[in-house]
Ligand binder design. Sequence first.
Ligand code: APR
Length: 243
Amino acid sequence: MTGSRSALVVLTGAGVSADSGVATFRGGGGLWEGHHVEDVATPLAWARDPKLVWRFYQLRRRALGNVEPNAAHRALAELERELSLGGIPFTLVTQNVDDLHERAGSSPLHMHGELVQLRCERCGAIVRELEHLAPDAFLPCASCGHARVRPDIVWFGEMPYFMDRIERALCTCTHFVSIGTSGVVYPAAGFLSLARQAGARTYVNSLEAPDNLEPRDTFRAGRAIDVVPALSAELLGELLGES
Ligand code: APR
């Protein structure tokens, strides 16, 4: 144990779950599971066609029952455990709304919300334990009686969660890793640059170079299941060695 100044932030995107069989956003000819994002992932879509939006997210949630965490999720969970034993701060931020990081043993900050959770748009009450929820029936809010709770998903045009905490972690990190994200959706796409400004060593894994990559980033092209286990072991050695 040390009072180390080393600290790691990891940002994951759809690519980390792709090898588990969860569809990425920009991989299906611009469609997400057959839908244009503006038809399912905006407050306007929810106001215009709540049945469609509700069904879409409840089916996505149900589909989580058919997928499992992969070697990349597991390697990040192991890294979290090892760093915690070494007293080194670790922040895992995910843009993903699936629960695969948790099921591998991690404690991520879900900046874009979670499929396994609903939120009352009137009183803010959170609802979990949705296993028996029907994809076609709205759920009224048990706390305030509002006619329907909404998916707890951050839609386009809404403010992502945990931004204060994430920015604080980015400003003080010595190492930053971006995994499986195309680097086009802000504010997450700006984290790499914030980490560089903080002087962190920056590592990027994706199938192809993301939009926000710069020459000083260490880029590892390839599938997350192939790249992340070795990268995690390397980082663990570096971080423990420096602490
Ligand atoms: N391993 C590593 N990277 C992969 C893999 C894989 N097996 N498969 C795909 N990728 C990479 C792609 O090369 C791409 O760079 O993952 C990235 C996926 O990009 P997007 O589909 O754009 O997903 P993401 O960046 O997470 O999207 C950001 O956009 O629609 C919104 O809110 C939604 O959180 C989402 C945000």
